[in-house]
Design a protein around this ligand. Structure first.
Ligand code: ATP
Ligand code: LTN
Length: 335
């Protein structure tokens, strides 16, 4: 039997941060040799909120370079750009026509992001999860590794698959049902300035997150200023101390220590003792990523060739699935 397939993506909408790394990309890297992997930079999703045309292309390249810098290995994985493959937009249209509008209006991420846009909510923001469903379904993955916040979108994708197959499958599974793959640890890294909100690229305060490309000085400053509490002794899982749980979890994940080891090490510590340790671990974990990133970015030709090859491989898979879906819906599809 061949390897199972994985598909995932990140939007080029700002600086990638520790949440993106620990919740998503690091898991992709750790599991990649077991799977046949497709990793996409979802630049069509990036325009669902107002964007800057002057930086869209470079932001997209930067995310692709960060995939490589974080350890995505082309031996196991294909890296590509969503907008390079027209099938994503085309399948989205087909799925739009069978997706009830109230499914989309009920999505948590839509409701949260729509509030921020005020009067100016684009149709694309509402339709965002259908585009994501198309991204996934075109590659027929077994699993979709994401952070906790994306679970609802994968459930919606599964609902769309059921509906599509029911309407057009004549008893057959035309579109393949994907499973979410959510690692419990790191699935929800919280903001440094508010332990009850997730770390996010779109938080206006840069102090709320550690970006993967932050310098050691910036990291030290952010950890020094991050929100804590006045209790001595650091513990996991105290609902009254969300910041404490978050910082210990980051420390645990980046140090490679177990939860028990960290709990024992930190139970009698105060923040003054813990913060320098955390700072050091973060700087050390990001250093190799930052070095590799510089190398990749110094050779634009190489990055372009990676994305060209990725496009060819991805296109071959996507066009076949799109063809199957169109035929099932009744379109004539001359070869
Ligand atoms: P935005 O703030 O623009 O919505 P984001 O920071 O949430 O962006 P995405 O591009 O939406 O980032 O997410 C990319 C991947 O990173 C997804 O798999 C998502 O689940 C994961 N992710 C994002 N933020 C976190 C977080 N704080 N903790 C764990 N995983 C996260
Ligand atoms: N909505 C996702 C990004 C995304 C994605 C995908 C993730 C777009 N298409 C397909 C997994 C599979 C997010 O992380 N905000």
């Amino acid at each position: 039997m061949g390897k199972q397939r994985i598909l995932s993506g990140v939007q080029p909408t700002g600086n990638l941060h520790l949440g993106n790394y620990l919740g998503a990309i690091r898991n992709w890297v750790q599991g990649q040799s077991q799977y046949d992997n497709y990793f996409c930079v979802v630049d069509l999703h990036a325009i669902t909120v107002p964007h800057n045309p002057a930086t869209l292309a470079s932001d997209t390249y930067n995310v692709a370079a960060l995939y490589l810098a974080c350890g995505i290995d082309l031996k196991y994985s294909t890296i590509f750009v969503q907008s390079h493959i027209p099938a994503h937009a085309e399948l989205t249209w087909l799925l739009n026509c069978i997706t009830p509008i109230n499914w989309l209006q009920d999505m948590i991420q839509f409701k949260e992001k729509a509030v921020k846009q005020g009067e100016n909510v684009a149709t694309g923001l509402l339709d965002y999860p259908v585009l994501m469903a198309a991204d996934i379904l075109l590659y027929e993955p077994d699993k979709v590794p994401v952070g906790e916040d994306q679970k609802q979108h994968i459930e919606l994708t599964r609902d769309i698959v059921n509906r599509f197959n029911h309407l057009f499958g004549q008893g057959k599974q035309i579109l393949k049902q994907p499973e979410p793959l959510i690692n419990k640890e790191g699935a929800r890294v919280m903001s440094l300035t508010d332990g009850t909100r997730k770390m996010s690229k779109s938080d206006p305060s840069d102090l709320s997150r550690i970006n993967l490309l932050d310098s050691p000085d910036e990291i030290a400053k952010k950890i020094k200023r991050c929100k804590t509490d006045s209790v001595r002794g650091l513990v996991f899982d105290d609902p009254a101390r969300p910041e404490c749980n978050n910082l210990l979890t980051i420390y645990m994940l980046l140090s490679g220590k177990t939860k028990e080891e960290v709990a024992a090490e930190c139970q009698d510590m105060g923040w003054g003792q813990f913060k320098p340790l955390l700072t050091e671990i973060i700087i050390a974990a990001l250093k190799p990523i930052q070095e590799k990133y510089k190398e990749v970015m110094a050779d634009k030709g190489y990055l372009e060739s990676v994305l060209r090859e990725g496009r060819q491989k991805a296109e071959a898979v996507a066009s076949q699935t799109l063809r199957k879906a169109k035929i099932a819906m009744g379109y004539s599809m001359p070869l």
